[in-house]
Design a protein around this ligand. Structure first.
Ligand code: PCA
Length: 322
């Protein structure tokens, strides 16, 4: 092969970088327009540049290599070296993973940052038991409500087929007397088009990227929680890297975390405007609606506490004490 010969020649002449680049595959659940994916592609580029091409991370977005539900175990088993997923999807393993998806615990970026600071050491220990190491975590904008009709009270949600993305949203929908249906983000337009779901809670990012105006009329920014994605690496794969490549990965990860939080902060207003520009009505929640939602949140937090380990409870204590 021409290319191979050229590369071998370049190496022999001392012209090229390392002869054998390390290749990592990185599955992610969300589409290419999603800011998380944009951020991760930047991260991969930074790693490649900082290692002079010695570590090459290929991003497989939108669940194309592994479906969302399998990404964590694919990294754990070493089928891939690194991956991204929605952190609270692991709440069935330990409640510590799910605290950022509990309604009205942390609803601003400042609160989300403090919650992450309290959560990070605990989930780092939990993931280490599976041979996984967190690299960075980035929040979605606060989660709002998408409906065909205006929602004045929680009672207006009763009976709706409600799209869910994790166990907490399933619980939320059930407590609102709606019917939860699990749908991955890339499948949202199809799920609404076929009538599988009629309403959802998600960020303005996912709302705008799904062209929510094609299937709902109202966006109500209840800003109920600020959930996060996390990028984890297989610890053995990381440890196998030369020290300078390890440093390049950690540096790029720190940069990606900062960049991702900044991107997220810019998204909420920008994507809400896109929805308004496309004809959606942006309606501030009524006090009655917020009261009903807070009641559901209180019930959910009670249930969360009942399932939480002492370590998970400690996250909440640290966060609320801080
Ligand atoms: N978008 C993702 C997770 C949270 C969000 O804002 C989704 O809807 O699946």
């Amino acid at each position: 092969m021409m290319m191979k010969h050229a590369a071998a020649f370049a190496v022999a002449m001392g012209l090229a970088g390392p002869a054998l680049a390390v290749e990592w595959n990185m599955p992610t659940p969300y589409g290419d327009k999603t800011f998380h994916t944009v951020n991760i592609r930047e991260f991969a580029k930074d790693v490649k540049a900082a290692t002079g091409g010695a570590l090459n991370i290929t991003v497989h977005s939108a669940g194309s290599l592994f479906p969302h539900a399998q990404i964590k175990n694919a990294v754990r088993s070493g089928q891939v070296q690194i991956g991204e997923f929605f952190l609270s999807r692991l709440s069935n393993e330990d409640a510590a993973f799910g605290i950022d998806s509990q309604p009205f615990v942390a609803t601003s970026y400042d609160d989300a940052a403090r919650l992450w600071a309290a959560q990070k050491p605990v989930i780092t220990r939990l993931l280490a038991k599976q041979g996984l190491m967190p690299l960075f975590s980035v929040p979605w904008p606060a989660q709002g409500l998408y409906t065909k009709n205006e929602v004045k009270t929680v009672a207006d949600l009763a009976g709706l087929r409600f799209r869910a993305y994790n166990a907490a949203l399933e619980e939320f929908a059930t407590l609102a007397k709606a019917s939860p249906v699990q749908v991955e983000a890339p499948d949202i337009p199809q799920a609404f088009a076929t009538g599988q779901v009629q309403a959802m809670i998600t960020s303005p990012s996912t709302g705008a990227n799904s062209k929510a105006w094609d299937f709902v009329n109202y966006y109500t920014p209840i800003n109920a929680w600020v959930p996060k994605n996390i990028v984890v690496v297989n610890k053995a794969a990381f440890d196998a890297l030369p020290a300078d490549a390890q440093k390049a990965v950690l540096d790029a990860a720190a940069k990606a975390e900062k960049r991702g939080w900044d991107m997220s902060k810019a998204e909420a207003a920008a994507k809400t405007k896109i929805m308004a520009d496309n004809g959606m009505k942006i309606v501030q929640p009524s006090p009655e609606l917020m009261k009903g939602l807070r009641e559901i949140g209180a019930k959910m937090l009670e249930n969360w506490k009942a399932k939480a380990s002492p370590e998970a409870l400690e996250i909440l204590k640290t966060y609320q004490g801080g």
